[in-house]
Design a binder for this molecule. Sequence first.
Ligand code: DX5
Ligand code: ZN
Length: 221
Amino acid sequence: MRNLIISASILSADMGCLAKESSAVLQAGADSLHIDVMDNHFVPNLTFGPLVCEALHKHLPKTFLDVHLMVNPVDHLINAFAKAGADQIIFHPEASSDVLKNLKQIRHLGCKAGLAINPQTSLNCLNNLWDHLDFILMMSVNPGFAEQHFIPEVLNKISATKQLLSTHKPSIRLGVDGGIKKNNIREIAKMGADTFILGSGIFHTENYAFTLTELRSQLTL
Ligand code: DX5
Ligand code: ZN
C-alpha cells in the first residue's frame, strides 16, 4: 500500500501570517503545502504569484511545494514557479495549447508534472499522456475558491481514474482537491485516491494537530 499524503492548501491560511501558518500546519503533521495560483482569467479569483512560492521555499526549504496553476496561459508561469522552488507543477489541460509540451517543460525543469481534471472534464484528456505524468489532480469542486462542497459525482470519477492508472501507469499518484473534510476523506480514499488536498478542512479548525490526527485516523480505519 502506498503512503497517503495530506497536503495543506494555503488558500485558507491566515494571510497576515502566512509563514507562521505554513510552519504550524507542517509541524501539526501536514506532508506538504499546496499553492493555488489563480489569475482572475482562467478562474474568477486572484491569489499568489511566484514571489510567494519563493518566500515559502526560503522559509521552509525542505517542504514539498505543490503548485496548482489555475491560469491561462501556463508556459511562462511554469518557468517562473520552477525557479521559485516548486517541487510539483499542475495545470489544467484547457489552459494549454500544447499539453504534452507543457508536461515535458515541467519535468525538464526538474519538477514533477501533473494535470488537473475539472468535474466536467472528460478523462479522455489523459489518453497517451501516461508516460509524461507524475500526478493527476481530480477536482472535486469547480476551481476558484476554497470552502465549497465536495461534488459527490466525482467519487465515481476517482475510481474510474484509479482503474485507468492500474492499467496504464500505476506509479502516477492520484490526488483529490476541494471540499475534503474528516467526514468524507475515508470514502475518497476507498475510491483509490492517495493524496488529499485540504484548505478550510484544516485551516478553519481550532487545532491543526488534532484535525490532522483525526484525518489520519480516518485513513487507517
Ligand atoms: C480550489 C482549490 C483548492 C481549495 C481547497 O480552486 O484548488 O485547493 O483551496 O479548499 P477547500 O479544502 O476549502 O475546499
Ligand atoms: Zn488546488
